[in-house]
Design a protein around this ligand. Structure first.
Ligand code: PMP
Length: 410
């Protein structure tokens, strides 16, 4: 067992709340009904074709999730009434946590109100404890990871994006017996690149490091039952903690971690973004669980999403439009100019009724502006074809450099 994980598992870093979990559950059961609320849904009948939604599988409109949410609203109202440790734990939260732990084959899971707070809160704890932990973090990790690591005060080394040779250099240079934590994403949010997970797991074993993998852009979409990229590669058990969101593939809102119970209990106890905030509404937890359960048994949406992504890849290659990666469903067309990128997005909207947001600094470095295109399971083949044609026309009209002009190979 590695020097980072050992103090959690042998009880030196103990979450003191495990015992009280049962008590919270009772409070949740007694919470009774609140007055009913009505839901309002915008955007119905809109003629805009959306190509930048993270609801990649269309689960925000899934019947089972909607029915579960409505039923929970009828019985439990619209709010949770408090933080998880003070009145705001409901059996829907606990049940969803059990479902997520089971999905990822981990001992325990912990819900947060967003993926952002899940990363920030968990990493603040896991990088700070045990003392003298050294962190190894991919250069393209999300802001929520960066913020968590910053708030931990831990010493950190940034390895070049997806560069396991650099990661190994840094690991080898650290003291052999110091606690180590490697943090990476599986699918990178802006480029769509997939991490070399098996090599990262090999290095974690070799150098005795705990691993924390953000699968935000993978859960629901990849792997058996939608458990993510590590599960797709058959190596989920090689990672200590998996982190995910409910707000993308699962179509609702909220974030979570899943991992060893001792470690999850420590995060439950010490993560300020878990402790000091109101929990998710029970109805959101109910809808999320319905969505997770649905995607555990249906492959249809995953297949459609990947078919659309593959078709888009091939049409963009034909149209000579440079884009960052064919690894995943995130297709980032490279513009490389701030003003041009905004104009491309605006013209797509005004002339073609297509909404795709331009991504500018600070989300990407200046000079690396992209149109981050997110095909989804609810687009069909003709939508993809229309979209690719529109993009090709915009490229010509604005004279944006093509892939050949940039000598670009995706
Ligand atoms: N991690 C990554 C890689 C992300 O891209 C995002 C948000 N886009 C988050 C975490 C935060 O997730 P959420 O939107 O659920 O707060």
């Amino acid at each position: 067992m590695n020097a980072h994980l050992a103090p959690y598992l042998n009880g030196e870093i103990a979450g003191d709340l495990a015992e009280r979990k049962r008590e919270f559950l009772e409070i949740g059961r007694c919470s009774g009904s609140y007055p009913m609320a009505t839901a309002r849904r915008d955007g119905v009948g809109s003629e805009i074709s959306v190509w930048c939604s993270n609801d990649y599988l269309g689960m925000g409109q899934n019947r089972q999730a909607i029915v579960a949410m409505k039923a929970a609203i009828d019985t439990h109202g619209v709010g949770s009434g408090g933080s998880r440790n003070i009145g705001g734990t409901n059996h829907y939260h606990v049940s969803l946590e059990n479902e997520l732990a089971d999905l990822h084959g981990k001992e325990a899971a912990l819900l947060f109100t967003s993926g952002y707070t899940a990363n920030e809160g968990s990493l603040t704890v896991l990088a700070a404890m045990p003392r003298d932990t050294v962190v190894f973090s991919d250069a393209k990790n999300h802001a929520s990871i960066i913020d968590g690591l910053r708030h931990s005060g831990a010493k950190k080394h940034i390895f070049r994006h997806n560069d396991v040779v650099h990661l190994e250099e840094l690991l080898a240079a650290a003291p052999a017996d110091c606690p180590k934590l490697i943090v990476a994403e599986s699918v990178y949010s802006m480029s769509g690149n997939v991490a070399p997970l098996a090599e990262i797991a090999d290095l974690a074993d070799k150098y005795g490091a705990t691993t924390f993998i953000d699968e935000v852009h993978a859960v629901g979409m990849y792997g058996p039952q939608g458990a993510g990229i590590a599960a797709q590669e058959g190596i989920a058990d090689r990672f200590t903690v998996v982190m995910g969101t409910l707000a993308k593939g699962f179509g609702t809102v909220g974030g979570y971690i899943a991992g060893p119970a001792a470690l999850v209990d420590a995060v439950r106890t010490y993560a300020r973004s878990f402790v000091f905030t109101t929990s998710l509404p029970p109805a959101v937890a109910a809808a999320s669980q319905a969505s997770v359960q649905y995607l555990r048994s249906s492959d249809v949406e995953r297949k459609l999403l990947l078919e659309n992504a593959r078709l888009l890849h091939s049409l963009l290659i034909e149209a000579d439009i440079p884009f960052l990666s064919t690894d995943s469903h995130i297709v980032s067309a490279f513009v490389g100019d701030d003003d041009m990128c905004k104009r491309a997005s605006q013209m797509l909207f005004e002339k073609y009724g297509i909404y795709v947001q331009s991504i500018n600094a600070p989300s990407v470095p200046a000079g690396e502006e992209i149109l981050r295109i997110a095909p989804s399971a609810v687009h069909d083949q003709s939508d993809v074809e229309k979209f690719a044609r529109a993009l090709q026309e915009i490229w010509k009209q604005l004279n944006i450099p093509t892939a050949s002009a940039r000598e670009w190979s995706t």
